[in-house]
Ligand binder design. Sequence first.
Ligand SMILES: C[S@@+](CC[C@H](N)C(=O)[O-])C[C@H]1O[C@@H](n2cnc3c(N)ncnc32)[C@H](O)[C@@H]1O
Length: 328
Amino acid sequence: MHASCVRVPTEEGEATRRHLADTDLIVESLDIVVEDGALYIPVTDPDAVPEEYEVVERDVPERETPTSPADVLGFEPSYERLGDVVILDEDDPARAARIADAIVESNVRAETVVNRASKVKGETRVRDWDVLVGDNTETVHREYGCEFALDIAEVYFSPRLATERHRVVQQVDAGEHGFDMFAGVGPYAIPMAKAGADVVAADINEAAIDYLRENAERNDVAEQITAHCGDVRELVADYEGRADRLVMNLPHTANEFLDTAVALAGEECVLHYYDIQHEDNRYAPGEAAIRAAAESNYNVTVETRHTVRSYAPHEYNVCLDVRLTRRD
Ligand SMILES: C[S@@+](CC[C@H](N)C(=O)[O-])C[C@H]1O[C@@H](n2cnc3c(N)ncnc32)[C@H](O)[C@@H]1O
């Protein structure tokens, strides 16, 4: 069968395979081909392959006996993967247990299988989990060439935001001063630093900041990241007027922190403001809140109104990219 494949030297094959598997890019139903010292790994979406890899078109054989969870169950279960942890979102515990068993029997690489047991909640946005297989909720997740150690029982992390984070990071210029106001384990702050920014990253969750510091080391950007454990409002005293870019990924309540964002903003600053709103009025509430907080000192230009994903029936997670330019 004809397919887009990532071509790498065989010695880099296993690391590449793992990296692509972590971002769900491998076509499970096709074989990986070894030929002339190279590995050809079939991928689902050539445009989503990280730039460091070469993509070629070629014929690859179908796998003879793929054993997917669907082969075991007779239906296609929905799940997502975070490193070695497979995450289910099932209301029925019996169905969740059947899917977990099928994942263990199948070709899905999983050390731990968990089911969502609550919504994200409280100030730290951590959810409860039912652990169905294994006992280790700590893992290392790979995303666009960065590694993130984290424990889903202690910190917030959503692999579904990978493309969105990448969209923001692609806007970063080397040498700029970035602020990640609600940083978690660093999935914005670390790639921003890799893109050449100096980043101040705050989080109120001590476990998240411990992982963020570990992840900064893992990804060789520790010198560019200043991690602050505590309320982001405490940063204003030290960093007033310094930010070239602010990331505000705390949907639902980011509006309560707009005064802090404006205080941190420099002469010219891009704000990435996340919000959750009804489908009929996705952008206006955030835009109005930003204008109310910033317009007395800044010209406010909304550069992008972007829908990130569906959040709940009729509700969307959106992002506004807003440029603040200080008035004379
Ligand atoms: C939705 S999570 C986003 C984490 C990370 N940016 C990501 O994309 O995975 C929001 C984070 O904000 C943190 N947080 C909540 N209130 C805060 C505050 N007042 N100051 C700093 N961090 C806060 C939470 O602990 C949580 O880790």
